[in-house]
Design a protein around this ligand. Structure first.
Ligand code: FES
Length: 64
């Protein structure tokens, strides 16, 4: 399952990046070798970070 369609980043890559310590959506995408483009994937990444208590604060745009 793709999380970031712009960059072709899959859920398992996102999970691995979070497991390795990435704490913001931008850090997650960078760990996968990409940068955010449209930002549509950011809420999903934030949700995955929050589920692991690595929640960036509310505004996704600031945490990207
Ligand atoms: S879907 Fe991830 S930057 Fe567009």
């Amino acid at each position: 399952m793709y999380i970031c369609n712009c960059n072709g980043v899959r859920a398992r890559q996102v999970e691995a990046a979070i497991e390795a310590g990435a704490a913001t959506p931008r850090a997650v995408l960078r760990a996968c070798g990409h940068e955010p483009c449209c930002g549509r994937c950011l809420p999903e990444i934030v949700e995955r970070l929050r589920s692991r208590d690595r929640a960036p604060d509310a505004d996704v745009r600031r945490t990207a």
